[in-house]
Design a protein around this ligand. Structure first.
Ligand SMILES: [Zn+2]
Length: 378
């Protein structure tokens, strides 16, 4: 008989198990679909924001939720009374602002006051909110910082500030909403993938290693965490796989009693026992086994159909066979996109890199989402 991986495994297992013909890779939630980026259109374009009178730009920005509506709000300067409508108070600078009435504090509140991304500046570097909006627009569309600077002819500092504020704002949003991620339940025995990635290193060798957990069919479930790898040897290709002391608390926190099937690579750390979770792994390396007195190579398997014994629906003492596709295709794909997103020139352990990674996470959560300012033709 020819030795293939399949019949070698069969001989090791000793008996043939009938497997169902079609086990989908994504069993719950949204099946992975091809990106519809080529069809998506935005409601605004750059020409709506560029070289237009400020008033005609502020309106749409408010409508899209990029700028807040200040009129009628409590004055943020004196904390009493309400602000009036948008008026051209500063004719010299062409500045539009809100203000309380004549007898009150009369301080100006520009539309982008206290904004997480737009800066309120004075002096030479001052750029109005309507001047900053196009930079934000190209940043969100995915232009690099250098491209944005060249396209819009702003100085490096202004562009950099918008880009880093956008990253920081997304990172902050992620830090709030990541805590709310719940894997598994109410879905019973959902497939969850976990893996780690090495992103950057500095001399002397310190790696930036991150771990991630994602549930198949739930794009908003991506959780990322920074790991503390050991200092690697000088010429080592990486810091090595995730350590048990890193993984164990994470598994406890995210997966305990969530009724999930965890899919990971062959790293030993992932085999930590977690209550209420089943573990499954695939070895990506080709493997040598001894078969009938001969050494043979088994081909690496990236995806495999397997079953796990899970508690039955009615009687938890009885187990039933749950067929799953083991593999880490989804999280591997995420790592690929993350590498492209952050590019190459980043310092390990820097805040900029952390913000960039969190920013990517935010983009992943909202992949294919329709925002207020976005319109996808049906
Ligand atoms: Zn006031």
């Amino acid at each position: 008989m020819k030795t293939t991986a399949a019949n070698a495994m069969q001989r090791i297992c000793g008996r043939k198990i009938r497997r169902p013909a079609n086990v989908p890779y994504v069993r719950h939630g949204v099946p992975t679909a091809a990106s519809r980026n080529d069809k998506a259109n935005w409601r605004r374009s750059l020409s709506d924001l560029l070289n237009r009178p400020a008033r005609t730009v502020i309106g749409p920005l408010k409508k899209d939720g990029i700028l807040p509506e200040w009129s009628g709000e409590t004055c943020p300067r004196c904390h009493v009374g309400t602000l009036g409508p948008l008026k051209k108070y500063l004719p010299k600078n062409g500045g539009w602002a809100h203000r309380r009435g004549h007898d009150a504090c009369r301080r100006h509140v520009v539309p982008h006051a206290f904004h997480p991304i737009f800066a309120v500046g004075t002096g030479q570097s001052r750029v109005s909110s309507t001047g900053q909006a196009p930079i934000l627009f190209v940043a969100v569309s995915g232009c690099s910082q250098n491209q944005a600077r060249k396209l819009l002819k702003h100085n490096r500092k202004t562009t950099q500030r918008i880009y880093s504020s956008l990253r920081a704002a997304r990172a902050k949003n992620v830090s709030i909403y990541e805590k709310k991620i719940k894997f598994g339940k109410p879905v019973n025995w959902a497939d969850v993938e976990a893996d780690e990635v090495d992103l950057a290193k500095t001399e002397p060798i310190q790696w930036d290693q991150w771990g991630g957990i994602a549930q198949r069919g739930a794009p908003k479930s991506l959780a990322l965490f920074k790991l503390k790898p050991e200092r690697a040897k000088r010429r080592a290709p990486g810091p090595g796989p995730i350590r048990k002391r890193d993984w164990a608390p994470l598994a406890e926190k995210w997966l305990k009693n969530r009724a999930v099937v965890l899919h990971a690579d062959g790293a030993k750390s992932y085999r930590v026992k977690v209550d209420g979770a089943k573990h499954d792994w695939v070895v990506h390396m080709k493997k040598k086994i001894r078969l009938a007195g001969k050494w043979v190579w088994l081909k690496p398997a990236y995806v495999k159909t397997r079953y796990r014994n899970v508690p039955g629906e009615g009687d938890p003492k009885k187990t039933k066979k749950l067929w799953v596709r083991s593999g880490t295709q989804i999280i591997d794909g995420i790592w690929g996109r993350l590498r492209t997103f952050i590019g190459k020139q980043k310092q390990a352990g820097s805040r900029a890199l952390t913000h960039e990674i969190r920013s990517f996470q935010w983009c992943q959560w909202h992949r294919g989402c329709r925002f207020k300012a976005e319109r996808v033709p049906s």
